[in-house]
Write a protein that binds this ligand. Structure first.
Ligand SMILES: *Cc1c(COP(=O)(O)O)cnc(C)c1O
Length: 427
């Protein structure tokens, strides 16, 4: 006979599991196993064990931790930036009640996210003020709405980019009620193209860093400093969307623009994501002139786009803590990577092959980061993804390539164990 619900719910192990999940979820699991038994797919005497196994394997969220063995540092499909230990601690501290908009000294309301703002200004002294919103797209939406709704945004044709999954920045701009005034051509845009377009109807000039592709060959674009001169003549605000979130120049990515540099060159506002090269939580950063930031902060949309306390806490901790995993992976010493890769390969009886890492979403398009990978048989890729922890590697030319660039040293043993366990499923 199939065990009844109340008997199953009374089992101590089921009661223990029920403490960590809602009763509705526990009952759902029990019912699904009973249904299996009713349909004859499961013997009645196996119901109890199956319920316990099903409850035991449930995690609080369906998001599963992944070891990123792709060598792609900012992997949008894998959650972009892994947070630093400091940021993880800050997240946990902010998870309960926290003084996100409260001054504990006076017992009154305070400015939301003051700590994250101060950390941004300390990290980028070129900015007079800063505002943190939900993500990069939100920051762009807010800036364009404030400066150009009902008017024109002057933008080079070569910078009209799609940022992924069909999201196109010109569509985002148009959704604010601003009109995109396209200037120049796909490969070349000149100062005169901008000068001809600027007029009474101009809301702002927008410079977008084409972070995910490169045009090479017969090309030219107008740098921020030259746009500043033009905008000064006409009294036009200048916004630079840099995407990547590099605070200062990085020698590994010589062509990647940085926030401080764009502000020094004269942008009124610069925009970046928090979870790209900065290596923090999902966030949109607006930095620049005090007056422009104040207008953004005052706009009703700012409330709809604001960052939550968890992101504010993690962002501040990323900015004030030791080097986060993203910059660490970017700056990984190739000799150390080689040593680590050889160690893992030896443990697995596998070969080391050359394998370039990539920055991934939001910067350094096409820049190879020299490194290595453990070469495994291609048929291990699927069981590796299905394991715990899941391991996502690159399948290329009949091999499954495991790159250690984005795998912390303390996870090496878990990686070796995951490969061993995946091997048992294919043999
Ligand atoms: C990534 C990117 C965005 C969007 O930022 P999200 O944080 O993903 O919303 C906007 N502009 C540029 C240039 C980008 O690279």
């Amino acid at each position: 006979m199939i065990p009844r619900t109340d008997r199953l719910l009374a089992l101590p192990a089921v009661r223990a599991a029920a403490a960590a999940m809602s009763e509705r979820v526990v009952r759902g699991v029990v019912r699904a196993v009973q249904d299996e038994a009713r349909s004859g797919r499961l013997a009645p005497e196996e119901v109890e064990a199956r319920v316990l196994a099903a409850l035991g394997s449930r995690t609080p969220s369906s998001l599963r931790p992944v070891l990123n063995a792709t060598g792609v540092i900012v992997h949008t499909n894998l959650g972009r930036a892994p947070l630093s230990e400091a940021a993880r601690r800050a997240l946990a501290d902010a998870a309960g009640y926290a003084d996100v908009e409260f001054d504990l000294g006076s017992g009154t309301r305070s400015r939301r996210g003051a700590g994250a703002r101060a950390a941004l200004l300390a990290a980028c002294p070129e900015a007079e003020d800063a505002l943190v919103v939900n993500n990069g797209a939100a920051a762009l939406l807010l800036a364009v709405t404030v400066l150009a709704a009902g008017r024109e945004v002057v933008l080079s044709r070569g910078e009209m980019i799609e940022i992924g999954a069909g999201f196109r920045l010109p569509d985002l701009i148009a959704s604010t009620g601003a009109r995109v005034r396209e200037v120049g051509t796909t490969n070349r845009t000149h100062p005169d193209d901008y000068a001809d377009a600027l007029g009474a109807d101009t809301g702002c000039v927008l410079k977008i860093h084409a972070s995910n592709y490169r045009i090479s060959g017969f090309t030219s674009e107008v740098p921020v400093a030259a746009l500043r001169a033009l905008c000064d003549e006409r009294g036009t605000p200048l916004v630079a969307d840099l995407g990547s979130g590099l605070l200062c120049p990085d020698p590994v990515l010589p062509e990647e623009p940085d926030l401080a540099g764009a502000l020094r060159d004269g942008a009124d506002l610069v925009i970046a994501s928090g979870d790209k090269l900065l290596g923090g939580p999902q966030a949109g950063l607006l930095l620049g002139r005090a007056e422009a930031i104040a207008r953004c902060a005052r706009h009703p949309l700012a409330r709809a786009l604001r960052a939550d306390k968890l992101a504010l806490a993690a962002l501040e901790a990323t900015l004030t803590g030791p080097e986060a995993p993203v910059p660490a992976a970017l700056h990984a010493d190739p000799d150390v990577l080689r040593e680590r890769t050889a160690r893992v390969a030896a443990a697995l009886g596998a070969e080391v092959v050359a394998h370039d890492g990539r920055v991934g979403g939001g910067g350094g398009a096409e820049v190879p980061l020299p490194g290595w990978a453990v070469s495994l048989p291609e048929d291990l890729a699927a069981p590796l993804r299905a394991g715990t922890p899941a391991v996502v590697a690159t399948v290329r030319d009949g091999a499954c390539l495991v790159d250690l660039r984005c795998i912390p040293e303390q996870d090496e043993q878990a990686l070796v164990d995951a490969v061993r366990s995946a091997r048992t499923t294919v043999r």
